[in-house]
Design a protein around this ligand. Structure first.
Ligand SMILES: [Cu+2]
Length: 240
């Protein structure tokens, strides 16, 4: 009996170690999934927008830009927040029907935050007709550094493994910035211009949800998802 107890205690420790090392996502059928929806709003006194002086190619880029690192919309809705449920099992991640697109237009990356399933091939386009040089900084995936002159309209970059945020810059225009978010499961979203998001088909249960905004950092919120029900949240990030 005592030996059994010791053995099962060891087994628990061993499996905990394995979980800690691998923490692999398990794809299962989700018949009674729930929805997480809501908003992320900026809390506190609104900061004035940061202006960026354009120092190159103003005929295409414009003369001045507003920094994209803190975009606050109507009702203080916070755009471009990555909302990632820390799920360990659930729906199988389906590859996107179309390659996610990442454009360079008026010397800005569009979208500013691109979230996609790991294994996606990103179609990097250049709508500007001037030289850009996309430069990603990865630690898990290979980084990419490629010039894209106007006669080279599309570059394809495959992002094999989950990793986020991956910083994206342009080596020609120092103000251009964006982020890629490569996820191993489908339970993530990026807030829209009003700070809204929606994540569906979550297996019922208690979760931690990670919020990430490039300037404000990370925040973790708990939620409970109920079968075939919608959990609505109103979260805040930011100032005091
Ligand atoms: Cu550029």
């Amino acid at each position: 009996m005592r030996m059994n107890l010791v053995a099962s205690a060891l087994a628990v420790v061993a499996s905990a170690c394995l979980a800690g090392r691998a923490a692999a996502y398990e794809a299962v059928a989700v018949a009674d999934g729930g929805t997480l929806s809501g908003t992320v709003k900026y809390e506190g006194t609104l900061p004035p927008p940061t202006k960026i002086e354009v120092t190159k190619d103003p005929e295409v880029c414009g003369k001045e830009k507003t920094a994209p690192n803190l975009v606050i919309g109507q009702g203080n809705g916070l755009a471009n927040v990555v909302v990632a449920v820390q799920a360990t099992k659930g729906k199988k991640m389906e590859p996107p029907a179309q390659n996610p697109g990442f454009d360079q237009k008026t010397c800005e990356f569009r979208p500013h935050i691109l979230a996609f399933p790991a294994g996606s091939t990103i179609d990097v386009t250049n709508s500007d007709g001037i030289l850009h040089n996309i430069h990603t900084t990865s630690t898990v995936n290979p980084s990419s550094n490629q010039a894209q002159p106007k006669f080279k309209p599309k570059i394809q970059i495959k992002v094999e493994k989950p990793e986020w945020p991956i910083s994206v810059k342009c080596d020609v225009h120092g103000w251009m910035s964006g982020y890629w978010v490569s996820q191993e499961h489908p339970y993530f979203a990026v807030t829209d211009a009003t700070g809204s998001f929606k994540i569906t088909d979550l297996p019922p249960g208690d979760y931690k949800v990670e919020l990430w905004q490039e300037k404000l950092g990370k925040k973790t919120m708990p939620v409970t998802i109920k079968a075939k029900d919608e959990t609505k949240v109103a979260w805040t990030m930011g100032g005091k």
